[in-house]
Design a protein around this ligand. Sequence first.
Ligand SMILES: C[S@@+](CC[C@H](N)C(=O)[O-])C[C@H]1O[C@@H](n2cnc3c(N)ncnc32)[C@H](O)[C@@H]1O
Length: 273
Amino acid sequence: MVARDPHRFANELDDTAIERIISRLESRARDEVFSRLFDKYVSYLEAVPGGKVLEVGCGTGATSRRLLRRPAFSGKVTGVDHSPAFIEAARHFVAQEGTAGRATFVVGDAHDLQFADHTFDAVFAHTLISHVTDPRPVLREMARVTKPGGVVAVFDGDYSSLTYGHADSGLGRTMDVALATASFNNPRIMRDLPRLLPELGLELKMAWGDAVAEIGQASYFRSFAETYVPFVEKAGLLPEGTAREWLAVQHKLMDDGTFFACCNYFTYIMGPK
Ligand SMILES: C[S@@+](CC[C@H](N)C(=O)[O-])C[C@H]1O[C@@H](n2cnc3c(N)ncnc32)[C@H](O)[C@@H]1O
């Protein structure tokens, strides 16, 4: 068995896995600590004149809907994702919120976007780039469809920094690596970006990092572990039962109030060259 990033291979998941990811994306969007990281860069998307915004890898549209709910944003959002199941969910959720008139969700591949050059005022990818087959063409495509003077924003985790506390530090470290390997095709992309940008038609304007940490209780990292442990098991990265036992330990730590987990996230604000 080999690790297969479930988002990269979203179109090969069974219905149970699809439902698990839909529910993870929606619960993550309700997590205030994590959502505040989008709010830290959303002003760059709101500020562009024209208000025509594209989200690449929109999933269920949770982040696009957060933008649509912002009083300062009166523009329109297009979301593109390669999973027809996620796009169907995105259309359903945006209709429920009553903002469907300002949103279009379409199926498409981030490596080969179906939009003409210079279509959007701002283009963003919120936790997409760590999952794609190859970040380079995706970033080139994001630059291509952005208008001159527009904004390209990329937000993602540096999943090589993902860590959960565990009394057995060797097993803890092994499981940290297994979780990152099973869930992310490009766990180190955010530390690689500065070296890649010059050849991708993008100019860096600003970048910053944030640590997401939960100590004592867990919500964001509870859902993270519950969603991705089955993919660690499926990938056969560890001896049978190890990941499940690790998850049971994490639940106990959460119940006891002695839990610890942390991961670094980075935001890059760029423009097409
Ligand atoms: C972690 S989810 C993020 C979803 C959304 N941006 C959010 O913030 O809720 C990653 C998304 O990228 C999508 N994805 C992965 N590879 C893709 C590709 N090549 N083209 C389009 N979408 C892709 C997956 O289907 C999934 O919906």
